[in-house]
Design a protein around this ligand. Structure first.
Ligand code: SF4
Length: 491
């Protein structure tokens, strides 16, 4: 392990990093700046960023990484960002666009070829196309090696692939055959600082999700649901050990993984502590909760979103109160603390939230953490036609405080996220992370019609549908069904 310890530099400090990949870095290959527009500790826990890094290195590219806390200089050698002809950025969250815009403005240079991939830009590339030359749609495994080859030939423009798009080039998402793709066995890890979720080794067991919750960007953007072979996963688990201290499972829907019981068994007896993501309520049973307890996790995250039929018809997700109560009882029986995500729908009536909160009080019999979110419409989901979050929703959300340990997703950030995500025009150059969300929205209101976004748009066929990401017919049909349900119950 010692020979894989390196020193990297952030703005204000040096950090010791475990990096078994760096010794394979080409000395002569073309160089690429790989940018994650968030702090280094967060970047280290992004599966996408780790994967693109390893793939580029394996293709003979000299990759140097940049994060929002590296002051425009690479982590590896301190080389300024402006010296790189090729820049590839990872953009999975709309709010990161502002940080990337700032990095490119401050540290970038004319003539650079800037590309970006990630969930948020895959769902809608349009907002970033004023500062980004190409968006890479879909998974890294089928796209990055071809992109690397084009970089070797110094001609990304020559690459005629349908997953490489901009305003002129329509396109289609590329999908990896997960069963055929190797697991990410080598990962870098910060040693002298603590990443937000601990020193974790990332193990991806599934990609995509078989469910169709109508608000879910991840679910719709990363379809189809794909599963790893158990042997492959076990091999990855076998290779995980110090300096990693835990195993972080990556899966949108772990209980749908056909080998999830076996996986949990192996994880619960592994020498490292295990951690699993949010579990669908149907997947919570005694075996699963016991395994979670054994692996050392103290909370279990579930996302029922609602216990009301009216809201469930709009959201395409929700569970009857008795079902939630039964599942919470199992979690409490093994002394785990549930963390629960709930959602508020536009124009939710006071009477409805009172019923919802009443149902929750009835079901909660111990400690709980509740996160309350407004519905945030996202591109390429059926609920892309829903209104952006409003101040009224905040009033409803505050009522949930009655439940005790509750956090509310701030409406102003939810609004900004929705406005950026749903933009049909390039707007990245107007974003500035040093401004509060209200100011950023004020600037954006001069370029895009935010008023239009305040209402349902059932007949709207957004411009991003020209980039084929999911089943368009189904997305539009389910959207209209949601709107009809909303009209019936909420108007
Ligand atoms: S909310 Fe969860 S279960 Fe629903 S589609 Fe998204 S990832 Fe799948």
């Amino acid at each position: 392990m010692k020979r894989d310890l390196v020193r990297i530099r952030l703005c204000d400090k040096k950090v010791v990093e475990y990096n078994p990949i760096m010794r394979f870095l080409s000395r002569r290959g073309p160089s690429v700046a790989l940018v994650y527009p968030a702090p280094y500790s967060v970047a280290s826990q992004s599966l996408g960023f780790q994967l693109v890094y390893a793939l580029l290195v394996s293709q003979g590219i000299r990759v140097e990484r940049f994060t929002s806390d590296s002051c425009g200089r690479s982590l590896e050698s301190g080389t300024p960002l402006k010296r790189f002809k090729y820049v590839i950025a990872s953009l999975s969250f709309e709010l990161d666009y502002a940080y990337l815009a700032q990095m490119l403005r401050e540290y970038g240079s004319e003539g650079q070829v800037v590309m970006a991939g990630g969930l948020a830009v895959t769902a809608n590339p349009l907002p970033v196309l004023d500062m980004i030359d190409f968006v890479i749609l879909g998974d890294a495994e089928p796209t990055i090696p071809k992109l690397a080859e084009a970089i070797h030939y110094d001609c990304v423009d020559c690459l005629e692939e349908e997953w490489l798009v901009n305003e002129e080039r329509e396109g289609r998402k590329a999908e990896a055959e997960l069963e055929e793709s190797p697991m990410l066995a080598q990962q870098f890890l910060p040693i002298s600082i603590e990443p937000p979720w601990g020193k974790g080794f990332l193990v991806e067991v599934t990609r995509g999700c078989p469910h169709k919750c109508r608000f879910c960007l991840e679910g719709w953007t990363s379809k189809p649901f794909r599963q790893r072979k158990l042997d492959q996963v076990k091999e990855a688990l076998d290779s995980a050990g110090p300096p990693f201290e835990k195993i972080i499972t990556i899966s949108l829907s772990l209980s749908d993984y056909k080998y999830h019981k076996e996986y949990l068994k192996v994880l619960s007896t592994h020498k490292l502590q295990g951690s699993i993501p949010s579990i669908r309520l149907e997947g919570v049973d005694e075996d699963l909760v016991k395994a979670v307890k054994r692996m050392g996790q103290r909370t279990l995250t579930i996302a029922p979103e609602t216990t009301l039929k009216e809201k469930a018809e709009v959201l395409g997700k929700g569970f009857p109160p008795e079902f939630l109560k039964e599942k919470l009882e199992i979690i409490y029986k093994y002394k785990l603390k549930p963390k629960m995500y709930m959602m508020v729908v536009p124009k939710e009536k006071g009477e409805m939230s009172e019923r919802e909160i009443g149902n929750l009080k009835e079901a909660i019999k111990g400690k709980v953490h509740v996160s309350v979110n407004p519905l945030i419409p996202k591109p390429w989901t059926p609920l892309q036609i829903a209104p952006i979050p409003s101040k009224d929703m905040e009033k409803i959300m505050i009522k949930y405080k009655d439940l005790g340990e509750v956090d509310l997703y701030p409406i102003r950030w939810a609004r900004l996220q929705a406005i950026i995500g749903l933009s049909e025009k390039p707007i990245m150059r107007y974003l500035d992370p040093s401004l509060p969300p209200e100011k950023q929205m004020e600037v954006l209101s001069k370029v895009i019609n935010i008023k239009k976004m305040e209402n349902w748009r059932p007949e709207w066929e957004p411009k991003w549908l020209r980039y084929s990401i999911s089943n368009e017919e189904e997305v539009l049909r389910l959207g209209r069904e949601s709107y009809e349900a909303w009209r019936r119950h909420f108007q």
